[in-house]
Design a protein around this ligand. Structure first.
Ligand SMILES: [Zn+2]
Length: 284
């Protein structure tokens, strides 16, 4: 599961001299610049970018085990120089070391914010990076814009020894996962769980239990995961969002998400708990 790596010290003030050996997470059009082949991608250091004569606006991220890390926003449409390629983050799952992948996801969110907040949302003037914090400020009207983070709930609903898994329209292949949805203005995260479950599949739940949270850079979510128990109602999936939803027994699970995601950790932990409970209190 993706999380802030051990040995990472976050910071936003760029040191006076960034060493040429600093890890450079450079993005063009939302894609990361890497070298190496598909199976063994390599994140460049600043010296590599200098040699390839590519640069953009920089945002310091901090140090990973003593190595400076910086996000670099390249101009939209910048092509990959010779020896490099631009890639989405998902193809890097399991192919980059976990700590590097987590930093790439963090850098992606900072670079996306940099790219999409170049002008003031209130008066349209060009913004500037604000001193002292990760923010952009409008020099004309003073409006301040911070990196956007969107809280979202995830919930795995249980009913006896079964778990409720859905296949969203946007999922690839035959993958099923826990339910998820974004928090709306005015909602507590618990309100969001109850509303989204009712909207997406038409049932009521009870007994919410916090599981864990995870930053998820697609594009800027904070997933906050729960388990809950089925409390009533019939499955009525919303066809706009859900292609299929079913109760699955612990021993007959469908294709599940990658182990990088909190959804997989939530499903694995819950299924393990249900199995352990049913071995103590056998069903039937
Ligand atoms: Zn303004």
């Amino acid at each position: 599961m993706m999380h802030t790596p051990a040995g990472f010290v976050p910071a936003h003030v760029t040191p006076p001299a960034l060493p040429a050996t600093s890890l450079a997470f450079a993005f063009a059009d939302g894609k990361l610049l890497v070298s190496g082949d598909e199976q063994a991608p390599v994140v460049p250091v600043l010296a590599d970018l200098a040699r390839a004569a590519v640069d953009g606006s920089r945002h310091y991220l901090g140090q990973l085990q003593g190595v400076d890390c910086v996000a670099v926003t390249l101009a939209d449409g910048t092509p990959a120089p010779a020896g490099f390629r631009l890639t989405g983050l998902r193809p890097l799952f399991m192919r980059l070391p976990e700590a590097t992948l987590a930093l790439a996801a963090r850098a992606f969110q900072v670079a996306e914010w940099d790219r999409t907040h170049r002008y003031c949302g209130r008066c349209g003037s060009p913004t500037r990076d604000k001193d002292g914090e990760r923010a952009k400020q409008c020099p004309v009207c003073g409006y301040v814009a911070y990196p956007r983070i969107s809280p979202a709930m995830m919930v795995l609903v249980t009913r006896g020894r079964e778990v409720l898994l859905a296949r969203a329209n946007r999922f690839p292949g035959a993958m099923y996962s826990a339910l998820a949805g974004f928090v709306e203005p005015g909602e507590a995260i618990e309100d969001c769980v109850h509303r989204e479950v009712r909207e997406e599949v038409g049932i009521d739940v009870t007994g919410l239990q916090y599981f864990a949270s995870q930053s998820w850079a697609f594009p800027h979510s904070l997933m906050i995961a729960y388990t809950a128990r089925y409390a009533g109602g019939e499955l009525r999936p919303d066809p706009a969002e859900i292609a299929d939803v079913r109760w699955f027994g612990c021993d007959a699970l469908p294709d599940l998400p990658s182990s990088v995601s909190i959804s997989r950790a939530l499903i694995d932990a819950t299924v393990a708990r249900l199995r352990a409970e049913s071995s103590v209190f056998p069903v039937g």
